[in-house]
Ligand binder design. Structure first.
Ligand code: NZQ
Ligand code: ZN
Length: 382
C-alpha cells in the first residue's frame, strides 16, 4: 500500500448552505455561473445562487447537456477567455460540473480543448472552480475527474487533473426534491458502481479501504430497499453524502481499480445516449460473469458483508444475481435494447469505438481485451 491522498474541496453540506457561496468566492472575482437545461430555474436553486452572488460581478452560461459535449462547452471557453472570467461556478449534476472542469482547463490553453483527451495537451493550470451540486451521483463535486463527449465523432472520454478539483462544493439535499425518479435511481446506481469499480478486484487485505467500501455499499443497498422513503430529509441527505464518499478518492487510495464497466458503458452512452448509470447496469453483471475467476474472492466478500449471504461454492454467482436484482428492483434494466439494427452490428460498433479509444486491456489485470469485451457485449446486448 503506497499512495498520496489529498482532497482539497471544502464541503458545505446541509439545508440552506447555498448562501455559503457568498463568502466562498472572492468578491473581486469575475464569475461565470454555468448550468444545464434549466431545472435550476424551476426549483429555486437559481434564485438562491443569484441572491448569494449579490456582492459579485457575474454572468451566466446555460445549456450544458446531460453527457456534456465539447461543442457546447467550447462556447463557454470563449466567454471565459474574452471576458476575463477568473471563477467558474457550476450549478448542476455531474454533467455541468464535468463540463465546467473542461471549461476551466481549456480556457488556460490556446489550442483545441480536445487535445486534453488525446494526450496532446497536459493540463498545468485552470480557471478556479466551485460547484453547487443538484444531483448526487458522480462525486464530481469533490474529485478531479471529468467525462466529456465529442459529439461529432461520438467519442466520450475521461480526463483527470488536480487543477480542476473544485475549490468548494455546496451539497444541500433539498435540491433533490425536484429530481425526476429516473435521476434519483441513476444517482444511487452510479454511486454503487463507483464503489464496485474500486472494491471488486482481488483480495489485497487493505482493511480500511475494504471496510469503508462495504459501509458505502450497505448504505446504498439500504437506501434502495427504503426507496419509498426517498422524500424524507434523512434519506436524501444519506444518498447525497454516500454518493460523494463513493468517488472522492478515499476508498480508492492505495488499492487496485477496475473501471472497465465505465469504459465500456461510456461507449453505449456515446452511441445510443443510454443514461450513464444505466449503461453500467447493462455492462456490469455480464462483465462480472466474464471475470468471475479473477474476482471470485472479492465477490464472495461482497456477498457476505453486504448481502449477508451464506458461504457456498457458488457464492460469487449468487452475489452477481443479488446485484442484478437490486438494479432490477429499482427499475433499471441489465440488458441493452436501445440500438438500431441487429445485435451483431451493435457489438461491432462498440468494439470499433473501444479499439479507437485504446480500451484494449481493461480492468485491474488488464485482462479485458477486445475479445473479452466481445463476450461481455454478447451477454449484455439483448
Ligand atoms: O440540465 P438540467 O436542467 O440541470 O437537468 C438535469 C439533467 O437533465 C437533471 N437534473 C439535475 N439536477 C436536477 C435535475 N432535474 C431536476 N432537479 C434537479 N435538482 O438531471 C439530468 C441529468 O443530469 P446529469 O448531470 O447528466 O446527471 P449525472 O449527475 O448523473 O451526471 C452524469 C455525467 O457525469 C459523468 C457521466 O459520464 C455523465 O456524463 N460522470 C462523471 C464522473 C466524475 N466526474 O467523476 C464519474 C462518473 O462515473 C460519470 O462518468
Ligand atoms: Zn459513474
Amino acid at each position: 500500500m503506497k499512495f498520496t491522498y489529498q482532497n482539497s474541496t471544502k464541503i458545505f453540506f446541509g439545508q440552506g448552505q447555498i448562501e455559503a457561496i457568498a463568502n466562498a468566492i472572492p468578491t473581486d472575482s469575475r464569475v461565470l455561473v454555468v448550468y444545464g437545461g434549466g431545472s435550476i430555474k424551476k426549483n429555486g436553486v437559481y434564485d438562491q445562487v443569484v441572491t448569494s452572488l449579490a456582492q459579485h460581478q457575474w454572468q451566466e452560461f446555460s445549456g450544458v447537456e446531460a453527457n456534456p459535449t465539447k461543442e457546447t462547452l467550447d462556447k463557454a471557453v470563449e466567454i471565459v477567455k474574452s471576458d476575463h472570467i477568473d471563477f467558474i461556478l457550476a450549478v448542476g449534476g455531474g454533467s455541468v460540473i464535468d463540463g465546467c472542469k473542461y471549461i476551466a482547463a481549456a480556457s488556460h490553453y490556446e489550442g483545441d480543448g480536445w487535445d486534453i483527451f488525446t494526450g496532446l495537451h497536459q493540463v498545468t493550470s485552470a480557471t478556479a472552480l466551485g460547484a453547487v451540486l443538484t444531483l448526487p451521483a458522480t462525486g464530481s463535486e469533490s474529485n478531479s475527474g471529468a467525462v466529456i463527449t465529442k459529439a461529432e465523432t461520438q467519442d466520450k472520454l475521461p480526463f483527470l487533473s488536480p487543477f480542476v478539483q473544485p475549490a468548494f462544493a455546496v451539497m444541500d439535499p433539498d435540491v433533490m426534491k425536484s429530481l425526476p425518479e429516473r435521476q434519483i435511481v441513476n444517482g444511487l446506481v452510479d454511486a454503487w458502481m463507483h464503489v464496485c469499480e474500486q472494491y471488486l478486484t482481488f483480495n489485497h487485505g487493505h482493511i480500511v479501504q475494504d471496510g469503508y467500501a462495504e459501509v458505502l455499499l450497505r448504505n446504498l443497498k439500504q437506501l434502495a430497499e427504503q426507496y419509498d422513503q426517498r422524500h424524507n430529509d434523512e434519506w436524501r441527505a444519506n444518498l447525497m453524502w454516500t454518493a460523494n464518499q463513493a468517488l472522492n478518492g478515499l476508498i480508492g487510495s492505495g488499492v487496485p481499480h477496475d473501471w472497465a464497466t465505465h469504459m465500456i458503458g461510456h461507449e453505449l452512452t456515446a452511441l445510443w445516449h443510454v443514461d450513464h448509470a444505466r449503461s453500467l447496469a447493462i455492462i456490469q453483471p455480464s462483465l462480472l460473469h466474464n471475470q468471475i475467476e479473477n474476482k471470485r474472492g472479492k465477490l464472495e466478500k461482497l456477498g457476505r458483508e453486504v448481502f449477508a449471504l451464506e458461504q457456498t461454492t457458488d457464492l460469487a454467482e449468487r452475489t452477481i444475481d443479488a446485484m442484478e436484482a437490486l438494479y432490477n428492483n429499482l427499475g433499471v434494466a441489465t440488458k441493452l435494447t436501445q440500438y438500431d439494427g441487429d445485435k451483431a452490428a451493435a457489438i461491432k460498433s462498440v468494439l470499433e469505438q473501444l479499439q479507437k479509444h485504446g480500451m484494449i486491456a481493461l480492468g485491474e489485470n488488464q485482462a479485458i481485451t477486445i475479445e473479452q469485451s466481445r463476450s461481455i457485449l454478447e451477454e449484455a446486448i439483448a
